[in-house]
Write a protein that binds this ligand. Structure first.
Ligand code: PHE
Ligand code: ZN
Length: 885
């Protein structure tokens, strides 16, 4: 815990390390009540670091130092300095060996950073600065070293001993203990170090790389989960092949391991050769994991695997460059998922997520650029901006350079920087050099925070046959950045004729039309483009496939949106037109309520959705996406002042109207898909994901009718199924329905049957936490007492507290402020247990500026209460203090 105010670290203060570590020899003696760590570091003066021999300052936290030697000589207490986060000593030569012995306590580490116990196993999490909780070290990513690790533990309890690289030796000692030594031939920063010890089983497979090298693949899990690994293994092999084919990247060690752990702060971690995963991101089988969970496993397995090149072989110079590896790797995993499933649906999901959550972050008190220029606690910067917006920035580079130019750039980047710790500038430089372009202005995407707004005006000149599009971009101020310079905004577009066909595009001054779809680079604050040879007035389809992370403003009429929904040849924009239409209609309903009028739904929304349901050529996954109204969180994000109750009521009203008007076609879609589900065993493939998505959204509408036939179908789906996708969807609609007895019965059956499967119980908590019916807070408070709940497990916290505060808007924002008080109480408790999780759970309170004056007062009061509770971690302090500033 913090005793003084945490210090702010600035990118501009970056300095190369004074010393380097060529070799790192670690030895761990794991015991139930303590662990002894010995580190032998072969060090030398950094030739790039200037003259003389400055003091050596090693990072270290919560370590009990037992001994320190320099070149084999044990130092006396006057020969080194210790404070609560450093060990300093004075080297006498340019090359030397430092050896330390420390004692640490993984058995009581609830922060899940450094070495800790998850259930019965030992594991580590070192990114970003966890290695310093294991031993004294230069814990910074630009210090890359060759690691040799020996671990020893009691043989019975910990038969499996793993670390990075290749196993080189192992043996038993007389006292019931055994040991193993692992050697990692690749230099790496300490944040990629890992070890695992436990009673684990594994599934094993093999992969032959393009150049013919055989790689052993292993997924280690606790014995009860051994039947839930196949999907992750299949995903891994697909990812390995895809990275060879798409980026020319081969795997480089003889073995690749994944370990599933139940207690993990994030999704997973790309430690070299030994990825450690939150069990929720590995384990999946039909009976226990939904389609969404299967897709998440596929994406995260690929993401961590892809880091082997984008992150490990080429790593970050400092943590300000985090998006160098994360933005790029998210972009890579999105490309993989798009190729494995429906590319359009993947894009829709990603954009909906970005616009709901990242745009909100960009508009809030923690807004920061993709490459931040300062932080107090780096753990707080594993954000939607660094990950998802960072991925969009890489995607814009690809859009501007074209697929081939982008690949030339990534090849050059990997080749030029293999084995190095580099910056976002180096990445862009490789793109520039490989393509002979100047991306100076483009780099503002890395430096400027906030979501740009792009307003487009259209002017058609019938006499001249020209259409002029005028783009005006602006970007609101964000903390520390009052003024923004114009961005380079790639706008993919087409002009459609009255039948929805794409017109040839010729800009004034061009000799001939260059196809019908193109990308304009908008670079000025205001910029006009005139298209010629247009005998009729075209309808523009703008920002196709969401070609830039901006808020597009174009005055489409509702009829034009309906036209685009049906005819746009860009699948993303067809969906987008439907969303915009729904937003307009829902905002109208919100306005009606606020004026005390009764709500009247624009029938055009019903007509549009009806034609979607009747369009037999559409991918069922697209139908499901188009039937989904914009979420409450998104409607809140786009409101100046969010009226949570009116938004909820408007959306529910629209859903009931849709259910009533489209009951027949919804029933038909439901029944035919349910029939397929009934007759064929579960398959985890895009085609079946799509079908079940449509089946389940249809059910959620139908249930609003309250008809007995629907209730019967829902109960049947709940019981007579071989998969969690159908079961959980049926449970969710029951929970959100007024059928109290049926819901209680289903919930009880579920908990009884799945009580021993923590990941399934998380879903059970989540469904109830998200239920918008009155009394949500009380239900959540009661669930906190359930034997399967614990604040010590991050997945449980996210499933119950996170789902309540982030998805259950009407209950969380109840007018008396008790929702806020509840969340603040949990954050205060989590602060002492697990600061990273505490800080993340805080996010909904930091958005106080979005709400009415009364709620602002309540939300701020709870933030103040957290601030006043003393002993705050740097994680929580940073978020709270910046939110109140
Ligand atoms: N680097 C991990 C990833 O792939 C995320 C992570 C960060 C995990 C910090 C644990 C701790 O995205
Ligand atoms: Zn990552």
């Amino acid at each position: 815990m913090r005793t003084e105010q945490p210090k702010t670290v600035y990118l501009k203060d970056y300095q190369a390390p004074d010393y380097l570590i060529d070799e790192t020899h670690l030895s761990f003696e794991l015991h139930e009540d303590r662990t002894l760590v010995q580190a032998r570091l072969a060090m030398r003066r950094n030739p790039a670091g200037g003259a003389g021999l400055p003091p050596l300052v090693l990072d270290g936290q919560q370590l009990e130092l037992l001994a320190v030697t320099l070149d084999g000589r044990e130092l006396g207490v006057h020969e080194y300095q210790l404070d609560d986060s450093h060990l300093s000593l004075q080297p006498e030569r340019a090359e030397f060996v430092v050896e330390t012995r420390v004692c640490i306590h993984p058995e009581s580490n609830t922060a899940l950073e450094g070495l800790y116990k998850s259930g019965k196993m030992f594991c580590t999490q070192c990114e970003a600065e966890g290695f310093r909780k294991i031993t004294y070290y230069l814990d910074r990513p630009d210090v890359m070293s060759r690691f040799t690790t020996t671990l020893s533990a009691e043989q019975q309890r910990y038969p499996v001993l793993l670390s990075n690289g290749n196993p080189v030796a192992s043996g038993n000692t007389d006292n019931g203990r055994h040991w193993a030594t692992w050697e990692d031939p690749f230099r790496k920063p300490a944040y990629l170090f890992a070890l695992v010890a436990g009673d684990l089983w594994c599934v094993e497979d093999e992969f032959t790389t393009l150049s013919g090298r055989r790689v052993t693949l292993r997924i280690y899990v606790e014995p009860e989960n051994i039947d839930k690994c196949q999907h992750a293994m299949d995903s891994l092999k697909r990812a390995m092949r895809w990275d060879e084919e798409t980026y020319g990247r081969e795997y480089d060690l003889d073995i690749f391991m994944i370990v599933a752990v139940n207690d993990f702060n994030m999704g997973a971690m790309e430690n070299k050769g030994l990825n450690i995963f939150n069990s929720s991101a590995v384990l999946a089988k039909a009976e226990t994991a939904t389609d969404a969970a299967h897709q998440r496993v596929e994406a995260i397995v690929a993401h961590e695997y892809f880091h082997n090149w984008s992150g490990n072989r080429v790593t970050c110079r400092d943590w300000f460059q985090l998006s160098l590896k994360e933005g790029f790797t998210v972009f890579r995993d999105a490309g993989f998922s798009a190729d494995m499933n429906s590319a359009t649906v993947k894009r829709i999901e990603d954009v909906a997520y970005l616009r709901t959550h990242q745009f909100a972050e960009d508009a809030g008190p923690m807004a920061h650029s993709v490459r931040p220029d300062s932080y107090m606690e780096i753990s707080n910067f594993y954000t939607l901006t660094v990950y998802e917006k960072g991925s969009e920035v890489v995607g814009m580079l690809r859009t501007l350079l074209g697929a081939e130019g982008f690949r030339r750039g990534s090849d050059l980047y990997f080749e030029r920087h293999d084995g190095q710790a580099v910056t976002c500038d180096d990445f862009v430089k490789a793109m520039e050099d490989a393509n002979g372009v100047d991306l100076t202005q483009f780099k503002r995407w890395y430096a400027q925070a906030g979501t740009p707004c792009l307003e487009v005006a259209e002017r058609y000149d019938a006499a001249a046959g020209t259409c002029t599009l005028t783009f005006r971009q602006s970007c609101p101020p964000t903390p520390g950045q009052a003024h923004k310079e114009p961005f380079v905004i790639p706008v993919a577009l087409a002009l459609l004729d009255g039948q929805g066909r794409e017109l040839p595009l010729r800009l004034a001054g061009e000799a001939e039309a260059a196809g019908s779809g193109r990308v304009l680079a908008v670079t000025a604050a205001e910029q006009a483009f005139t298209f010629v040879d247009l005998p009729e007035r075209p309808l523009p389809s703008l920002l196709r496939d969401f070609s830039a992370p901006v808020k597009l403003v174009y005055p489409y009429s509702r009829d034009q949106l309906m036209f685009l929904m049906q005819h746009d040849s860009d699948g993303f924009n067809r969906w987008e037109a439907g969303q915009q239409l729904a937003v307009q209609v829902l905002q109208e309903l919100v306005g009606q309520q606020q004026r005390g009028e009764s709500m009247v739904l624009d029938r055009r929304l019903l007509a549009a959705l009806k034609s979607v349901l009747e369009n037999e050529g559409l991918d069922p996954a697209m139908v499901a996406e188009m039937l989904s109204l914009p979420g409450e969180a998104y409607l809140i994000e786009i409101s100046a002042v969010a009226d949570v109750e009116a938004i909820h009521a408007a959306r529910e009203f629209a859903r009931r109207e849709i259910a009533g008007a489209l009951y027949e076609p919804l029933w038909q879609h439901y029944r035919s898909n349910r029939e397929v589900s009934r007759q064929s065993p579960y398959v985890a493939s895009a085609e079946h994901f799509a079908r079940r998505a449509l089946q389940n959204i249809a059910l959620s509408y139908l249930m609003l009718s309250g008809k007995p036939e629907v209730l019967a179908a829902c109960q049947d789906q709940y019981q007579a199924t071989d998969n969690m996708t159908e079961r959980l969807a049926a449970l969710a609609v029951l929970v959100n329905s007024p059928f109290e007895a049926e819901k209680a019965k289903a919930l009880a059956m579920f908990a009884d049957y799945f009580q021993d499967d923590p990941l399934v119980m998380d879903q059970w908590f989540g469904v109830q936490a998200g239920c918008p019916l009155p009394g949500g807070l009380e239900r959540v408070q009661a669930l906190m007492e359930h034997p399967a709940f614990t604040l010590k497990n991050p997945n449980k916290v996210r499933a119950l507290i996170g789902a309540f505060a982030n998805q259950n808007h009407v209950n969380f924002h109840r007018a008396d402020g008790l929702g806020y008080r509840f969340l603040a109480d949990q954050v205060i408790m989590l602060n002492a247990l697990n600061p990273q999780i505490a800080a993340r759970q805080l996010a909904p309170l930091t958005r106080w500026r979005k709400y009415d004056a009364a709620r602002q007062v309540l939300m701020r009061a709870d933030l103040e209460r957290i601030l006043a509770c003393g002993e705050l971690s740097s994680d929580v302090y940073e978020v709270v203090s910046k939110s109140l500033a």
